[in-house]
Design a protein around this ligand. Structure first.
Ligand code: SF4
Length: 66
């Protein structure tokens, strides 16, 4: 699993941080920072919620072997 954030779309709403704070952090007035770009499968449910609730659809998750 790999997380991709499109920083051109991110508007710093921090919905992602609310859903998965161990993976995403959003500084005040900034763009999302991915703390763990290759998180454990245990975090997957929270990450999928973060992707779903991002209001600007800036986040995506890919499945890969990397
Ligand atoms: S929820 Fe989306 S727009 Fe908001 S900080 Fe996270 S990635 Fe950016």
């Amino acid at each position: 699993m790999k997380i991709i954030a499109d920083l051109d779309l991110c508007q710093g709403h921090a919905a992602c941080q609310a859903e998965a704070p161990e993976v995403f952090t959003v500084p005040k007035h900034g763009h999302v920072e991915i703390l763990d770009p290759n998180p454990s499968p245990d975090a997957r449910a929270a990450i999928e919620l973060a992707v779903r609730y991002c209001p600007t659809r800036a986040l995506s998750v890919t499945d890969g072997d990397d």
